[in-house]
Structure formats: C-alpha cells, structure tokens
Design a protein around this ligand. Structure first.
Ligand code: FES
Length: 116
C-alpha cells in the first residue's frame, strides 16, 4: 500500500498517510493535532485546509463548508481528502487560531510567528 507524506505548513509537522486513509484520520492515528478535528464525517467543517502543493481525491463535500470555487482553488475537508501524491497544506478552518496557539508543535509555532 502506497504512503504519501503530508506536511502541515502552519506547524511544520510531517506524517505519512497510507493509501485509503484520509488526511485527518492518518494524522489522528499518529496522535498528531496540527489540523483541528471534529466529526470526521464531513459535517462540521473544522478540518478545512487548503492544499498548497500535491494532489488529493475527495469524497463529496458539503457546499456550505467548501464551495465549488473554493474546491477549484484547493480547499478541501481533511476528513474527506485522500492524498494521491505527497501534499503540503495550510489550515484555514475556523479553529485555525486555536490550533496555532495550542497545537502539537507549539514551540515551533512560537518561533515561526514570534510568540514568546
Ligand atoms: S472533522 Fe468535521 S468536517 Fe472534517
């Protein structure tokens, strides 16, 4: 089974994502927290990210969370997205600030964003 590498640009986290797993599930299975996590079923929208590089296939996404235009620009729900190549992404959902403040790699974020 092929594995793709996922990079969360906001935190610098990298993790493997095996074929058949969505981006959020692979992250959660490793105990990582760089992407805000909610329902894991496409219903809440908190896991919204933008794919900056790489390719993903997706399951149907609720248009109240990701519009057709947004999807064309690379926005996806991490719990509905399956990497087809290595991917880099940025977190864009409503909980982005909380993730940056309390995420799994807070010390890196402090350096990156100048927090003390
Ligand atoms: S975790 Fe709820 S939409 Fe992805």
């Amino acid at each position: 089974m092929e594995r793709r590498e996922v990079t969360i640009l906001d935190t610098g986290e990298r993790y493997p994502c095996a074929g058949g797993r969505h981006i959020l599930g692979a992250m959660a299975s490793l105990g990582r927290k760089g992407i805000p996590s909610g329902c894991h079923g496409g219903g809440c929208g908190v896991c919204k990210v933008r794919i900056v590089s790489g390719e993903c296939s997706t399951l149907a996404m609720c248009r109240s969370h990701v519009s057709v235009d947004e999807q064309a620009q690379g926005y996806v729900l991490a719990c509905r997205a399956f990497p087809q190549t290595d991917v880099s992404l940025e977190v864009v959902g409503g909980m982005r600030k909380a993730m940056l403040k309390h995420g799994a790699n807070a010390s890196t974020q402090r350096k990156k964003y100048g927090f003390v």
